[in-house]
Design a protein around this ligand. Sequence first.
Ligand code: GDP
Length: 171
Amino acid sequence: GFGRREVNVLVVGLDNSGKSSLLNYLRPRETQSEFVAPTVGFNVEQFTCKGLSFNAFDMSGQSRYRTLWGNYYRTTNGIIFVIDSADKTRILVAREELQQLLSHSDISSRNIPILFFANKMDIRDALSDVGVSSALGLDGITNKSWHICSSNALTGEGVSDGIGWLSSAIK
Ligand code: GDP
């Protein structure tokens, strides 16, 4: 679980899925977020709190920086994949990004738990956690622990349930 040592958690998903809002919710009030730019144009939002280091970036529109993602993949102890459950068109793009993530050599070779936030659950017509799970084909993930939670990153609904699962899944 969290707290025994430095734990890296990678927060990914398409732009506009709610990653920043989620980090804002998790971040202690006095902690400022830093934007780290390993190279021009590639933004990683990061904060560290009590041995827990969160790094977040967009998978969409940043494909040209894909080769840099491995640096984050290699050192991560857990992944949070955020989905906009109300964006039924782009969920197929999210599915493709997920497949690429899972087939990356630094991810496929390691038993890293993945938490999915079916975010924006408050929006009318948003897909349920079951709907998001089937749109992403999560049943096909057999070599990793994963869990999906509906969430509202603005109010925090569902967030602590998910983080609680991730904490106990990280060994
Ligand atoms: P990011 O690009 O993944 O970091 O996404 P942001 O955190 O910037 O969120 C994108 C937009 O969605 C913003 O306008 C947020 O206020 C909004 N948003 C994020 N999470 C939720 C949610 O759970 N419900 C609703 N209704 N809006 C959300």
